[in-house]
Design a protein around this ligand. Structure first.
Ligand SMILES: NC(=O)C1=CN([C@@H]2O[C@H](COP(=O)(O)OP(=O)(O)OC[C@H]3O[C@@H](n4cnc5c(N)ncnc54)[C@H](OP(=O)(O)O)[C@@H]3O)[C@@H](O)[C@H]2O)C=CC1
Ligand SMILES: CC(=O)N[C@@H](CCC(=O)OP(=O)(O)O)C(=O)O
Length: 341
């Protein structure tokens, strides 16, 4: 049976990526698209690459008729979803791509996002949207909080390793890089071509807002508090993300744990030990590719994890969660090989 889908925030990058994916989904149909500043415009005008699709005009959220909608994606900035969620009728399932429902503690949300959370009472029923780890919870949830892009890149290798005790919890360093689309489509001077191209910089050093989410999930996996070092960088590419993770552990054991954990998983590809995954080899796909290297320092490893921030880092993963929530094949609309070169 066809499921009717609303994409809120369809005039942004993750919203447009959801529309691109849903266009080939065998049983999802786009019934409503929302925008803020761009409300009233046809989607094909805002995103000419999608003008061949027969799509509803962008509306303000309060104009959307949710009565026939089965699931809404919130592709909205953080700070919007927690105020919006109560306006959405109970029959509508929600996949929130923002950070609003990722943190289970109101004080942590205030600390990292400088906002008071308006719907923390709903949090116990929210599933954390990392399907390979939380599939069963996602299947029964009304609201899923899609994992952040940097965090998904880091957690896919680290959660199984911490659970298995295969990496030391006390000395994890995550050195991460993102393409510019990770910052969304809003105007932002440091992301102007002449400022972001041909350059490289770190940002959010020792304080990026994804640290709260990392702390939460790494600590849960280890069964004790874990404070990893995490430094994000902006690189002059459009899509793509890499986390280079330094930790204590035995490379052969780590390789074996990851191969076992992800055997049969369609979207996590554990490469042979010592391989070099590249962002170019996941672009446009929902794949996360991971490779383990033994460091020359005994007992230390280097783990490389790459994904497309708009796909497995956001919209691809959100569609994977929606498929699980609506009882569809998990890969529906996601069987896309990477675009290369
Ligand atoms: N980009 C990425 O790689 C990733 C993004 N995310 C998260 O996904 C969410 C969406 O990101 P992204 O698509 O990049 O963002 P964009 O800035 O590209 O898009 C934001 C969308 O939200 C709409 N919007 C903005 N403010 C409001 C508001 N107050 N009320 C209603 N609608 C509003 C915008 O409408 P309009 O343009 O018409 O004003 C636009 O459609 C964010 O929470 C982001 O952190 C998560 C992982 C990765
Ligand atoms: C390059 C760039 O600016 N990236 C964004 C990624 C944030 C993002 O998408 O945030 P969530 O996954 O938490 O929603 C940033 O660092 O703020």
């Amino acid at each position: 049976m066809t499921k009717k889908i609303a994409v809120l925030g369809a005039s942004g990058y993750t919203g447009a990526e959801l529309v691109r994916l849903i266009a080939t989904h065998p049983s999802f149909e786009i019934a409503a698209l929302s925008a803020d500043r761009k409300a009233g415009l046809p989607m094909g005008e805002v995103f000419p690459h999608l003008r061949h699709l027969d799509l509803p005009v962008l509306q303000k959220i309060d104009e959307v008729d949710f009565s026939g909608i089965d699931l809404a994606f919130f592709a909205l900035p953080h700070g919007v979803a927690h105020g919006l969620v109560r306006q959405i009728p109970d029959h509508v399932k929600i996949v929130d791509l923002s950070a609003d429902f990722r943190l289970r503690d109101a004080q942590e949300y205030r600390k990292w996002y400088k906002l008071d959370h308006g719907a923390m009472d709903l949090q116990p029923a929210v599933a954390y949207g990392l399907p390979e780890i939380y599939r069963d919870r996602i299947a029964g949830a009304r609201i899923t909080a899609n994992t952040g892009c940097y965090v998904a890149t880091s957690l896919l290798p680290l959660i199984p390793l911490l659970r298995a005790g295969a990496v030391g919890a006390e000395d994890i360093v995550i050195d991460a890089k993102s393409g510019a689309s990770g910052a969304g489509r809003g105007l932002n001077e440091p992301l102007l071509f002449s400022e972001a191209n041909e350059g490289f910089k770190s940002y959010g050093v020792a304080g990026h807002r994804h640290m709260g989410e990392l702390d939460q999930e790494l600590s849960l996996a280890a069964g004790r508090p874990v404070l990893a070092a995490f430094t994000p960088h902006l690189v002059p590419m459009i899509r793509g993300m890499q986390a280079t993770i330094y930790a204590a552990g035995d490379a052969a054991e780590i390789q074996a744990v990851l191969e076992k954990q992800y055997a049969g998983e369609p979207f996590v590809d554990i490469l042979p030990m010592g391989a070099i995954p590249q962002t170019q080899h996941v672009k446009g796909s929902n794949l996360c590719r991971i490779a383990v290297h033994a460091d020359r320092r005994p007992g230390r490893v280097i783990i490389l994890s790459v994904l497309d921030n708009l796909m497995k880092g956001a919209s691809g993963q959100a569609l994977q969660c929606a498929n699980i929530m609506l009882g569809e094949a998990e890969t529906a609309g996601l069987n896309l090989a990477p675009v290369f070169p």
